[in-house]
Design a protein around this ligand. Structure first.
Ligand code: ADP
Ligand code: MG
Length: 351
C-alpha cells in the first residue's frame, strides 16, 4: 500500500525485545475459561474437556505475501483466518492461538502495531484468546507463524479420510475470487510503479479484492451442519484450489470423484473479471486457491437436509477409487483432474 510519509516511525531497537513484546501484547485479554494462563509466563496453560486440534501455518514475506499491496492490518487478520479455517475444517471450534513473528529492523514499530491490530480484530470477531508466541529478528523481511488450538468432541471430528462411494460433494460459498483479487492488485501495483500519481478505481473489483485481502474463515458451516443434523463424512478447507483439495480428500479416503463444471459456484465478479483478463473461470476456480471455503462430503441420505441451502452447493459425487477423479465439463467432456493442474482440460475442452 502507499506509504504515508507523515506517519511516525519508531525504530524497533528503541524498544528492545521485551519492550516490543509488552507493547504488542498489552491489550490481549483472556476470554475463555479454558485459558488458565495466557501471555506472560514461560508457557500458556489451557484446559480441555474434549479433544484438542492443533494446526500451524507459516507465512513468509515474498513467498506468501507482498507488502507492496497487502496492508499489514489485513495481513494480521488473514494470518489468523488461515489457521482458523483449518480448525473449522476438522469440525472443531478454535479457542486459542499463539503468534510468532520474525521481523527485520527495516520495519518500524508502527508497522507491527498495524499487524497486531489485524490480529486483535480477528481474535475479537472470532472469539479467540491470543495466549503467547515468540518474537525474534530476521535478516530480511517478515515471517509470521500462528498456531491455533481448537476443541471438539471426539465423535464430532471430521477427517479427510471418511468419504464413501456415492457421497455428495459439497462446497461452501464461491471460489476463484481470492486469486483474481490478487491479479487485480498485482496489476495495479505495476501501474503504480510506472505512475505513482494514478488513482485507480477498484470499486468494481471490491468483492474479489476483499476475498484476497480479508478472507473470512467459514465458522458458520460447522454450526449450520450441526443445526441440519448432518455430520460430513470428510472435510477439508480450500486453501490451494478445488482440484488439489478434492485430490487430497480422494487420496485420504481411497475414493474417486466426479465434479460438474456447471455446478461450481462462482460470483458474477469472478466471471466478468475472468473475461476482462482473458482467463477461464473454471481454471481459476480449480487452481486459484486462498478461498478458505470448506469442501466436504455427506451421505446421500442427507440430501434432503442440505439441498437448496444458499450457503452450500452440491458440486458432484464420490465414486470408486478405480474410476478416478474427473470433471464433467459444460460440453459434457470427462476430463481427469490431476495434481499437475489443469492444462489437459484446455486441450480437450469443447466449448
Ligand atoms: P521466553 O523467553 O520464555 O520465550 P518471551 O520473553 O519470548 O518468553 O515471551 C514473553 C511472553 O510473551 C510469553 O508469554 C510469550 O508467549 C509471549 N509472546 C512473545 N512474543 C509474542 C508475540 N509475538 N505475540 C504474542 N505473544 C508473544
Ligand atoms: Mg520467547
Amino acid at each position: 500500500m502507499i506509504e504515508d510519509k507523515n506517519t511516525a516511525r519508531t525504530s524497533l531497537s528503541d524498544l528492545g525485545e521485551f519492550g516490543l513484546i509488552d507493547h504488542l501484547t498489552k491489550d490481549f485479554e483472556v476470554k475463555h475459561t479454558s485459558t488458565l494462563k495466557g501471555i506472560g509466563d514461560d508457557a500458556a496453560v489451557v484446559h480441555f474437556d474434549n479433544e484438542c486440534v492443533v494446526t500451524t501455518d507459516l507465512l513468509v514475506e515474498g513467498v506468501h505475501f507482498d507488502l507492496a499491496y497487502v496492508p499489514l492490518k489485513h495481513l494480521g487478520y488473514k494470518s489468523v483466518m488461515v489457521n482458523l479455517s483449518d480448525v473449522y475444517a476438522m469440525n472443531a471450534t478454535p479457542k486459542q492461538i499463539t503468534v510468532s513473528i520474525a521481523v527485520s529492523n527495516r520495519f518500524p514499530l508502527e508497522a507491527l502495531e498495524d499487524l497486531y491490530a489485524g490480529i486483535r480484530a480477528a481474535a475479537k470477531i472470532y472469539n479467540i484468546d491470543v495466549i503467547g508466541g515468540d518474537t525474534t529478528s530476521s535478516q530480511k523481511g517478515l515471517l509470521i507463524s500462528i498456531t491455533a488450538l481448537g476443541h471438539v468432541k471426539k465423535e464430532d471430528i471430521v477427517y479427510r479420510s471418511g468419504a464413501k462411494d456415492n457421497d455428495l460433494i459439497v462446497l461452501s460459498g464461491d471460489i476463484g475470487a481470492a486469486y483474481l483479487g490478487l491479479q487485480v492488485l498485482e496489476r495495479e501495483n505495476q501501474v503504480f510503479k510506472v505512475n505513482p500519481q494514478s488513482q485507480p478505481d477498484l470499486s468494481t473489483y471490491s468483492y474479489i479484492i476483499e476475498r484476497q485481502l480479508k478472507p473470512e474463515a467459514r465458522r458458520d458451516i460447522p454450526v449450520l451442519l450441526k443445526k441440519l443434523e448432518v455430520k460430513p463424512t470428510s472435510m477439508i478447507d480450500v486453501s490451494d484450489g478445488l482440484s488439489s483439495e478434492i485430490l487430497h480428500l480422494c487420496k485420504h479416503s481411497k475414493v474417486g470423484a466426479t465434479i460438474y463444471e456447471e455446478k461450481i459456484p462462482l460470483d458474477p465478479t469472478v466471471i466478468s473479471t475472468c473475461e476482462e483478463f482473458n482467463m477461464d473461470s473454471t481454471t481459476i476456480a480449480l487452481n486459484g486457491g486462498e478461498d478458505y471455503e470448506l469442501l466436504f462430503t455427506v451421505s446421500q441420505d442427507d440430501y434432503s437436509k442440505i439441498k437448496a441451502n444458499p450457503s452450500i452447493t452440491i458440486i458432484g459425487h464420490i465414486n470408486q477409487e478405480k474410476e478416478g477423479v474427473h470433471l464433467i465439463t459444460r460440453g459434457n467432456t470427462k476430463v481427469a483432474i490431476t495434481a499437475q493442474g489443469w492444462n489437459s482440460l484446455n486441450e480437450n475442452k469443447e466449448n
